[in-house]
Structure formats: C-alpha cells, structure tokens
Design a binder for this molecule. Structure first.
Ligand SMILES: NC(=O)c1ccc[n+]([C@@H]2O[C@H](COP(=O)([O-])OP(=O)(O)OC[C@H]3O[C@@H](n4cnc5c(N)ncnc54)[C@H](OP(=O)(O)O)[C@@H]3O)[C@@H](O)[C@H]2O)c1
Length: 337
C-alpha cells in the first residue's frame, strides 16, 4: 500500500529518485562528465524502453552496440539517435534472441571486434499470446526473455570481467524483469514445464520468464562475488520508462550493488521465490545443461552428398593419392640433390 502510494505520488525514495524521475534526469546527475569511455550492449533497443535507454546513454557519450532482429528498425533507431546527437557511436548487429545459434553468432562477431564491454542491458522481451516454439524447441517467451539472455551473458561475461580489470571501472549487467514475477506459484515453476508447457497460459509464461531473469541475476551475482570480479548484475522492474535501467547502469550509488532488484530507481523487495538461492542455482545448472545439449546437437552427425558417399570413389582416390606420394618420394631418393 505504502509502495503504491509512493508510486502514484512520485515521491522520491532513498536514492533521491522516484516513479516520476526521467531517464534523462538520472543520467544527467550520474556524473558531471560524459561517459565516452564506456561501451554498452542493449538488447531490444528497437522500441519502447530499450530505445529510450539507448537514446539517453548515447546522449551521455556511451558507445552503443545494438543487436536487433529487425534491421530496418535498427537502422531507423541509429539514424534517430544520430540526428539528435551526431557524435553518437552506434554499431548494429543481427540477433534473434530466441535462437541459440543466432545469439552465439552475435557474440562471436562482437568479440572479434576486440572492443571493451562495460554495460550489458538484457532488455528485449516478448509476451506471446499463443503457445509457440523457438527453433531450439523451447517455448517462445522463455526462449526469448530468459534462455537467449542467459547465453548472451555467459558468452560476454569474461569480456566484461577483463574490461573491468583493465579499466578499474565496474562492469554492470542489467536484467529487465517485472513486478509480475511475484505472481508465479512455486508448484508451477518447473523447468520442463517452462520449456514445453502442458497447458499454456500467456501471463504465466511471461511471469515465469521474468522470475527467471531475477534468479539469473542473483546466481550470476553470487558467482561474480566468489571470483572477486568487478562486475555487478541486478534485475529491474522498469515501470513504464527507462529511468531505472539507466540508474542501475550509470549511477555512482548503484555501482557496487549486485544481486539486487530495483524499481523506480530504488532497491526493492522481490518475491520469496525470487530470493530462493538454491532455486537460483538449480535454474542456472539446468539452463546450462540444456544449452550445452542443444548446442552440441548442432554438431550432430549429418548426411553428406551422394558423391561424398561413393565408397569405390573413396577407395580409388585413396589409392591414387598413395601412388602419387610413393612416386614423388621415389623420385626424391633417386635424384641426387
Ligand atoms: N513496458 C512495460 O510496462 C514493462 C513492464 C515490466 C517489464 N517490462 C520489461 O521491459 C523490457 C522492455 O519492454 P518494452 O515494453 O520496452 O518492450 P517492447 O516495446 O515490446 O520492445 C521489446 C523489444 O525486444 C525486441 N525483441 C523481441 N523479441 C526479440 C528477439 N527474438 N530477438 C531480438 N529482439 C527481440 C523487440 O524487437 P522488435 O522491434 O524487432 O519487435 C523490441 O526491440 C521487456 O523485457 C519487458 O518484459 C516492461
């Protein structure tokens, strides 16, 4: 009740910000100097909260890497930001977060550039009205909102740790969750059901994926702390704007906070299920096993062409090659140098 009243009235919390604070205000007061030295990846930046986050970060001089599934929208976003801020540095990539192969391809391409990585905003999200499956045969909401971001984080985290070590600046990962995560009932939160639900309910699938986003942040935070890495990871409920994402990404107040949940630019309490440490570890382990199985499945035995299957041709090629090598070696022995 108190939280709702605070939200409606826009009363500032301990951070000095509240539900009426804009992303521009947060970022302007995060530091007096621009952030030209920072590189951020933002998923789902082609619309909504992601687009506003990208606009505001670019305005503060952050170099943006935008992986997007819709190239036209990505180009329009880039042009829009450059119009407002001609010095903005924006690099576009192709990604479909619901596809493990696509996420892997993007990470390989990004890492090949040799750029530093300070901020990763796992923002993209869908609410799928109907039961659909990804190319990896995973329910689409879970695949896009959680599994894709899990793999993305896994493949980029070492780069973030390395960047933080080299620059002395804390790396920050932000998982976009939702207050709706608290609607999930413990008995419904089973991994196999989330991958392939018996009875599909769109709101439940969305809420489960958002709970998974918080548990992911909690478990990765625990692992990073155990390694003494200077990278933090937090989850946020964005409300309707980009202010909380920008607050956690840039404010000095949030720089060393990790494994927390934020709303309206303030640390908040999440559900008991989202605070379950062993549940977070179990989910992380199950996801890791699933992803390795699916990626290994990519390397499975395949059929080759009829010509490549021709046994007698294979034998003839082998004999001819052997005879050639034999002749060349004989020639070397009999010809004095
Ligand atoms: N808005 C809210 O009130 C609210 C409240 C709580 C939580 N959230 C969370 O905040 C985040 C942003 O929400 P939003 O309202 O700004 O969403 P949105 O306007 O619907 O934008 C979603 C973004 O995700 C991208 N996306 C979706 N599927 C993708 C895929 N397979 N591969 C790559 N990109 C994909 C979309 O790309 P396309 O442009 O190609 O579609 C779009 O850029 C989400 O995680 C959402 O769950 C939002």
């Amino acid at each position: 009740m108190k939280e709702t009243l605070r939200y409606l009235a826009g009363i500032a919390g301990p951070s000095g910000y509240g539900s009426k604070t804009t992303a521009d205000q947060v970022v302007r007061s995060s530091s007096s100097s621009p952030h030209h030295h920072l590189t951020a990846i933002i998923t789902g930046a082609t619309s909504g909260i992601g687009a506003e986050t990208a606009r505001v970060l670019a305005k503060r001089g952050v170099r943006l890497v935008i992986p997007a599934r819709d190239w036209k929208k990505a180009v329009a976003l880039k042009e829009g930001i450059e119009k407002e801020n001609p010095k903005a540095e924006i690099i576009l990539f192709d990604i479909d977060l619901s596809s493990l192969a696509s996420v892997k391809r993007f990470c390989t391409q990004f890492l090949a550039l040799g750029l530093p990585l300070n901020i990763l905003i796992n923002n993209a999200g869908i609410f799928s009205q109907n039961l659909e499956f990804s190319e990896d045969k995973i329910e689409m909401t879970f695949a896009t909102n959680y599994i894709g971001h899990y793999l993305l984080t896994e493949m980029l985290i070492e780069k973030m740790v390395e960047t933080a070590e080299q620059t002395g600046i804390h790396g920050r990962i932000i998982n976009l969750s939702s207050v709706i995560h608290s609607w999930v009932k413990r008995e419904c939160f089973t991994f196999t059901q989330m991958l392939n639900p018996n009875k599909y309910n769109a709101t439940r699938a969305y809420a489960q994926s958002k709970l998974a986003n918080i548990l992911h942040a909690k478990e990765i935070s625990r692992q990073l702390k155990a390694k003494n890495a200077k990278v933090t990871i937090n989850a946020v409920h964005p409300g309707i704007g980009a202010s909380t994402s920008c607050y956690v990404a840039l404010s000095t107040q949030a720089q060393e906070l990790s494994g927390k949940y934020f709303a309206d630019c303030n640390e908040c309490i999440c559900s008991a299920l989202a605070n379950d440490e062993s549940g977070a570890r179990r989910l992380w382990t199950q996801t890791r096993a699933l992803i390795s199985r699916r990626l290994i499945a990519d390397c499975n035995e395949c059929s080759c062409s009829a010509l490549a299957n021709d046994e007698s041709d294979a034998r003839r090629l082998c004999m001819l090659t052997r005879a050639l090598i034999h002749r060349r070696l004989q020639h070397q022995i009999t010809t004095p140098s």
